[in-house]
Design a protein around this ligand. Structure first.
Ligand code: SPV
Ligand code: MG
Length: 435
């Protein structure tokens, strides 16, 4: 007999209701009055993959299910507050969260339930062919260029800071796509990917001087896109000639890239982190503004973004020059401003950001904290930064690890000594999912 007095709660973080969800719903409804929480979209971005429906649409979808008595929005990944509010007799969940990064959510939930004697019931997670197929189809939907391109703009509307990590290959793309951690009572993952000219060039053993041509850069993007769903921000270097940049914009849009960042330099571009140690020439305000305007005119979709990168601080031209350029570039149509610095001390970058924010509250500001790496995303957010790019850390992590393995094998004339620092053969052969 169904005990109508009992309040049963479950939370859904999904765009589609499949057999697995229906199983939980049916089992939950057998136990009492079933309330389903729908995890809000800003939290879905942290917990799962990017939602293809709005929170309201997902609420409406769950409301359609007759066994569900009530649908509410859960706007935190952790259950603490919702449990405090509802005090359900039972929480029902699949048994797929006992290990891995989701385990911390479960433990916190158990603590909350223990305070008043609530119960957690876990039922076997459904892993049948249909569920697997739906999951794969959802992922492939997210990969389609027309769905992927607008995702950066959508993210800007959902999260305070878009956490962006560099990817320079399919494999590093997968790391950015899949890495999740549980810290401080929250689940975290990266939101977007940066296809860096420094990393793309270095990976090919070439200097970062616009030597690797666009065809090759596009090939890297394609490798990443084939196996991931997160939005891509492309490092377009100087953008080249205006006459060429307009073609680049069209190609990137067609591929499903979300944004290109171009920097206001001309001639032989060198990496910004050299600063004034090498000869580098800044573009004129007028010419660079014209490049942005031409790119915006060439753009066919609404959602693609052209972000203007200001090199004034890198080149020792000062904040006033940077501000003047920011104004001109925004006026020319730039969808965002990236301000760069190679100082360890974030003072100059914050001084610019605060001054710019006083006159412009909305244009997204992008930073690349390679040198000023003590600043947290939260601190950037407080100053109004919207996109933080970790521009080269995966490549820099891989190089010393690879070099160490090479040296160890040369030193010992065998591979045994290197082995405990290496990914196991079992892991490497199962790392990549097959369709
Ligand atoms: C890159 O990652 O290629 C960049 C950022 O342009 S920086 O290397 O800091 O110039
Ligand atoms: Mg670059």
């Amino acid at each position: 007999m169904k005990d109508k007095e009992k309040l049963v709660y479950t939370c859904f973080c999904t765009d589609v209701i499949h057999d697995g969800h229906m199983h939980i719903i049916r089992e939950g409804a057998k136990l009492g009055r079933l309330v389903v929480g729908v995890l809000s979209n800003p939290q879905m971005v942290r917990y799962n993959r990017f939602p293809t429906k709005t929170t309201d649409e997902r609420v409406a979808m769950v409301r359609e299910v007759p066994e569900v008595s009530e649908v509410i929005v859960q706007d935190e990944i952790m259950y603490d507050r919702i449990i405090d509010r509802l005090r359900p007799d039972i929480v029902i969940h699949g048994d797929n969260w006992k290990t891995g990064h989701l385990a911390s959510i479960r433990l916190r939930l158990l603590e909350s339930l223990n305070t008043y004697g609530g119960r957690l019931i876990e039922i076997p997670y459904t892993r049948n062919e249909t569920v697997h197929k739906i999951d794969r189809q959802m992922r492939e939907q997210l990969m389609m260029p027309e769905n992927r391109r607008g995702r950066l703009r959508k993210l800007l509307g959902l999260v305070p800071v878009v956490k962006t990590m560099e990817a320079h290959s399919g494999l590093t793309g997968l790391i950015v796509e899949k890495t999740m951690v549980a810290t401080d009572g929250a689940i975290d993952q990266f939101d977007a990917m940066w296809v860096s000219s420094l990393c793309d060039s270095t990976e090919k053993g070439k200097p970062d001087i616009e030597l690797v041509d666009m065809t090759s850069r596009f090939r890297t993007i394609d490798d990443i896109m084939e196996v991931t769903t997160k939005p891509i921000i492309f490092d377009g270097d100087t953008g080249g000639l205006i006459e060429h940049f307009v073609y680049t914009v069209r190609s990137l849009e067609r591929m499903g890239v979300s944004a290109v960042i171009i920097e206001d330099k001309v001639g032989l571009k060198k990496n910004s982190l050299f600063g004034t140690e090498v000869e580098q020439t800044q573009d004129t305000v007028e010419h660079f503004a014209e490049k942005i305007a031409a790119g915006k005119r060439a753009q066919l979709s609404e959602d693609f973004m052209i972000i203007a990168r200001i090199e004034s601080l890198i080149l020792g031209k000062g904040e006033e020059d940077a501000l003047e350029r920011a104004r001109a570039y925004v006026k020319a149509g730039a969808d965002g401003i990236m301000i760069h610095s190679r100082e360890k001390d974030p003072a100059e970058i914050f001084s610019f950001i605060d001054a710019f924010r006083k006159e412009d509250e909305t244009t997204p500001i992008v930073v690349v904290p390679t040198s000023f790496n003590t600043v947290t995303e939260e601190e950037f957010a407080r100053h109004g930064v919207r996109i933080v790019i970790y521009a080269n850390q995966l490549l820099r992590a891989a190089f010393p690890a690879m070099e160490e393995a090479a040296k160890s094998i040369l030193t010992h004339h065998r591979a045994k000594e290197a082995d405990d620092k290496l990914l196991s053969i079992k892991k490497i052969i199962t790392l990549i999912d097959e369709l």
